[in-house]
Design a protein around this ligand. Structure first.
Ligand SMILES: *Cc1c(COP(=O)(O)O)cnc(C)c1O
Length: 236
């Protein structure tokens, strides 16, 4: 099933990208593996998954070595994404495990990450999580605060902000999530125009099982799909 699901999700991404006249190869599919067993994660790797998303450090830690070894024995280097809320006391492990942390929601957390990354000589790639709707998510910067926070974060030597992430509210019709995706895309353009950083922010992490096609049509460069690949009950 996992193999079929992955190819179906990939086909839907390609069709959505074509509708938006964007290059499907520019869109990264992150397989979200929270509550997914290592066996199923390895099946996903066999089916071509290279990007793994976890929402809790502790859970990622418990599966990381096994899945990484499984992939690397097959010549595959996995890319690990932290997509859930990150507590400051978990930053040390997070910096050790993850290639991209999507959920930076305060300058304080950014400073912690920078400090831990410095300690191991790493530059940690991160996204800024944005609250595109007041009711959707508990965490994230308010859109108006992003530019100012980015300015502070840009001064951190061991942190590199690559883009923005959002979680849209759960909706009945995926089309209803569009305004939130559009808000994030417009924010990315605006922040780039302000030239807060001396490079462009390029990643837009948005779209989940129920709304990833709408997200791609609105400019997502990275979608995070869990249930659509591994099945399971709805849980946000
Ligand atoms: C769980 C989760 C996902 C995946 O959700 P599905 O609906 O299973 O696709 C994506 N992003 C975040 C932040 C999540 O916590």
């Amino acid at each position: 099933m996992i193999r079929e699901n992955i190819s179906e999700v990939k086909e839907r991404i390609i069709r959505a990208a074509q509708r938006a006249a964007t290059d499907p190869s520019e869109i990264t599919l992150v397989a979200v593996t929270k509550n997914v067993s290592v066996e199923d994660m390895c099946r996903a790797v066999d089916a071509g998954t290279t990007h793994i998303g976890e929402s809790r450090v502790q859970e990622a830690l418990s599966k990381y070595d096994h899945v990484r070894a499984y992939a690397s024995a097959r010549g595959i280097a996995l890319v690990w994404h932290m997509i859930g809320h990150l507590q400051t006391n978990k930053t040390r492990e997070a910096v050790r495990l993850f290639d991209l942390i999507h959920s930076v929601d305060s300058v304080r957390l950014a400073r912690q990450i920078d400090k831990q990354a410095a300690a191991i000589g790493k530059v940690q790639n991160v996204l800024m999580e944005v609250k595109t709707s007041p009711e959707a998510a508990k965490y994230g910067f308010m859109p108006d605060d992003v530019a100012g926070a980015l300015k502070e974060m840009a001064s951190l030597d061991h942190l590199s902000v690559k883009g923005l992430m959002t979680v849209a509210p759960a909706v009945h019709d995926p089309g209803e999530a569009r305004p939130y995706f559009r808000t994030l895309k417009e924010l990315l353009i605006r922040v780039n125009e302000l030239r807060v950083t001396n490079y462009e922010l390029r990643i837009l992490s948005m779209g989940m099982t129920d709304d990833f096609e709408a997200a791609v049509e609105e400019g997502a460069t990275l979608v995070r799909v869990g249930r659509g690949i591994f099945g399971g009950r709805k849980e946000r």
